[in-house]
Design a protein around this ligand. Structure first.
Ligand SMILES: [Zn+2]
Length: 451
């Protein structure tokens, strides 16, 4: 059977849904996902879905809601989950050229907070979900669609709530969520990075102790000096030790296979930590930040704390460190690495920690994602990637689900995608949606359908 949706009509419909989702203000904090979820509920009901058989709405707190819908397969294989968050980060309205909650279509782009992160992608998942039902695609595994809360502020009301309290509803063999397989310009090339790993989070408070006293009688044993010295040593080192993870190894192997000699040799040489260290010394700007994130535990000082009064030398000084761990590294490993730079005299207090995740890049689903992404752009380079930040994928992993960041599409040349998520003037080109829907459809059809 080779029934395919009418992609022009499906794109127009997705745009209309996206506008409505953007108009539902779901800024987190405070969250308030309710209006977006109610819109999706109405839509599902119009399509003949009934609660609670076909979908449920799950409230974790007032106005903090999640919707989980299901299309049933014959049960011969375990489900595929399509999960997207409906909350968005705050806006600075005065910096926007158009209403961030207008959902307006201007010059072929849908404008508004969440257009990219990730209401646009969610609207695409929803469209595919609806099309599977409309075309009565016979399924060998259930297809689950989840529109969830609280990705932007800690997962508690969304994926964590579902994983801990409603695991049966989202239980799946595989899942897709934000955000990979879209065009990232890299020099003359275009990269399509499918997310197959995420870093873990370790937030630390690093404290130094000294001798308190009156500031009119200065001395060297000042906790502020000790702290400044420790921070300076971290800065001077440039980065923590390099570790080559399996995801990074797979990334460079696949990248090398898609370029000619001698670029392939250069890329392959990145499997040696000393080569990476050398590159980190030579690189600048965004490429340096990215390579640092991919190959090291990172340690970024953010909040400084010391003293109450200008004329009192404090007994203690502290800095908050936002550390991101590579998969396989523990919070203790990170503290040891930092200590080897600062030397003794600092103490650590863990503030928050969450596990990272790494998923196989040789699974049947990963291979299919890779294959279908190539259709977007025959000249593009498709590689697996580790996300430096955290998404719902690391939470779903705790329920045993193999997750990939997969929101495919082709951005027009010059579209500033990397500065736009969480930035001003967030928008998504309609041409992106039109290019991505057939890819998503092909993945779902080939992976879930019996035909
Ligand atoms: Zn997001």
């Amino acid at each position: 059977m080779s029934v395919t949706p009418d992609w022009k009509a499906a794109t127009q419909e997705t745009v209309a849904h996206l506008s409505r989702l953007i108009q539902a203000e779901t800024v987190n904090p405070p969250g308030n996902e309710l209006p977006a979820i109610l819109f999706i509920k109405e839509l599902l009901e119009q399509e003949g879905f009934r609660s609670p058989d076909d979908f449920v709405i799950l409230e974790s707190a007032p106005n903090r809601v999640n919707l989980v819908a299901r299309l049933r397969g014959d049960g011969s294989q375990r489900p595929l989950l399509l999960s997207g968050h409906v909350d968005v980060v705050p806006v600075e309205r005065e910096k926007w050229s158009h209403d961030p909650f207008g959902g307006e279509v201007i010059d072929g782009e849908v404008w508004g907070r969440g257009a990219l992160d990730m209401k646009g992608f969610l609207a695409m998942y929803l469209q595919i979900f609806l099309q599977v039902r409309r075309l009565r695609l016979p399924l060998k595994r259930d297809l689950i669609f989840a529109a969830i809360a609280d990705e932007e502020a800690g997962f508690d009301h969304g994926s964590k709530f579902l994983v801990t309290q409603h695991r049966d509803l989202i239980d799946a063999e595989y899942g897709l969520t934000e955000g990979g397989a879209f065009t990232i310009p890299m020099g003359k090339r275009r990269i399509y990075a499918i997310q197959a790993a995420e870093k873990g989070v370790t937030w630390l408070k690093m404290t130094t102790s000294g001798k308190p006293g009156h500031a009119s009688l200065p001395h060297d044993e000042n906790a502020v000096f000790y702290l400044a010295r420790a921070i300076e040593r971290i800065r001077r080192a440039g980065h923590l030790p390099v570790h080559i993870t399996p995801t990074f190894q797979a990334m460079i192997a696949k990248a090398a296979a898609q370029v000619g000699f001698p670029a392939s040799l250069l890329i392959r040489s990145l499997s040696y930590p000393w080569v990476v260290s050398l590159c980190l010394k030579l690189l600048k700007g965004q490429p340096k930040s990215l390579l640092t994130a991919l190959t090291t535990n990172t340690c970024t000082p953010t909040i400084l704390q010391a003293g109450q009064k200008t004329n009192v030398i404090p007994a203690e000084a502290a800095v908050h460190l936002d550390c991101r761990r590579l998969p396989g590294q523990s919070p203790e490993d990170v503290m040891k690495e930092i200590l080897s730079l600062t030397g003794a005299g600092v103490s650590f207090e863990p503030l928050d920690t969450s596990p990272g995740a790494a998923f196989p890049t040789e699974s049947p689903l990963y291979r299919l994602l890779e294959q279908e992404t190539r259709r977007l752009d025959p000249q593009g380079m498709v590689i697996p990637m580790m996300m430096p930040g955290a998404t719902d994928a690391c939470v779903y992993r705790q329920a045993g689900i193999t997750m990939y960041g997969f929101t495919p599409g082709r951005f027009p040349e010059g579209f500033p995608v990397l500065s736009m998520a969480h930035g001003h003037d967030e928008r998504i080109p309609i041409s992106f949606i039109e290019s991505g829907l057939p890819v998503l459809w092909a993945v779902v059809q080939k992976f879930c359908s019996q035909s």
